[in-house]
Design a protein around this ligand. Sequence first.
Ligand SMILES: Nc1ncnc2c1ncn2[C@@H]1O[C@H](COP(=O)(O)OP(=O)(O)O)[C@@H](O)[C@H]1O
Ligand SMILES: [Mg+2]
Length: 341
Amino acid sequence: MIAIPEVLARSVRLELGHEDAARWIRALPDVVDDLLARWKLTVESLSGTPWAGYQSIVLPVRTVDGVPAALRVASPIANNPAAHQQLRSALETWDGFGSVRLMAADAGHNATLLERLDQTIDLNSVPLQTAASMWGGVVRALSRPAPPGLVTVQGTAQRWIDDFPGKAAQLLPSFRLFTGTDNMLVQATLNTARALATAPDAYLVHADLHYSNVLSSHPDPANGQRTWKAIDPYPVSGPVAFAVAPMLWNRLAEVPANEPEEQAAWLRAHCTSLCHAAGIDPAQGAAVSVAREIENLFWYLADFAQGDQRAHADAARSLWVARAISGHSVGGIDVHSLAGL
Ligand SMILES: Nc1ncnc2c1ncn2[C@@H]1O[C@H](COP(=O)(O)OP(=O)(O)O)[C@@H](O)[C@H]1O
Ligand SMILES: [Mg+2]
């Protein structure tokens, strides 16, 4: 019997609703048994397993040849029925370079068999500055021409152009932290969206490449070397600058400096370091990151309007990051007082 971690159960309920989530959780033991039999795998009982994120359950397994691997079963994504196929074609394109290697995939169960990485070492375990350069190396390795069939940054930007003026009018007036000068953030986002909507770039971009989604490989038996590899891709096609933002809305508790404007300056400089490390134009990296935080802000405010009280703190964090990266005043708010993601 598989014990589903509560964080995963909660987020699957949020994504699918109670009934569909309960159905997915109930079916999971049989799904796993079916995959173990078909792919001739045995489960390794390691302490702290199964592993899980907000979407998937991951079991350490061994193949019939004794090769360590990870069996990942993802819950469906409500508004993207093509998610499994998109993830699969991204992993196939990367072929283990810059990302975890795909060993097998099953569309019916949203399942993948992956190269086993060292789950105890991810980018959270290195200092922020070091993490920036490691992350940049991973992004450079991942930046290849996109395979067909992905969500495009261009399409996303067009949706921002269509939706954000209405969302701004509907959601911002009741968000008391949002001031008159913050309207410039929305204007800047629309300008960025117009540039992105017609951008010619069609790189394969991992749009959820935060610290927890970059894991160390186990040492290569040939030379003892470890490699940083991306897991859990949300692959999109577009400019590589779309990859930066998730590195700015995590680990804010560790931002050095105690004075709010110094903290904001530090985060801006961190954004520049990330861009330099990844070969991204820093101005474009910053502009796209602000736009993605404004998208998050609207997302959280919509949840808040639906009665999710925790979303207010998330909205406050998104606003802080958008202000900081765009060089606006953060209004005396200490980043260490914000709720973490
Ligand atoms: N290939 C792997 N090798 C070792 N551990 C893994 C591997 N893939 C995922 N994990 C572990 O499982 C967790 C959840 O996996 P992830 O793909 O990020 O799921 P989610 O979609 O839920 O975020 C990871 O944070 C990591 O601890
Ligand atoms: Mg993850």
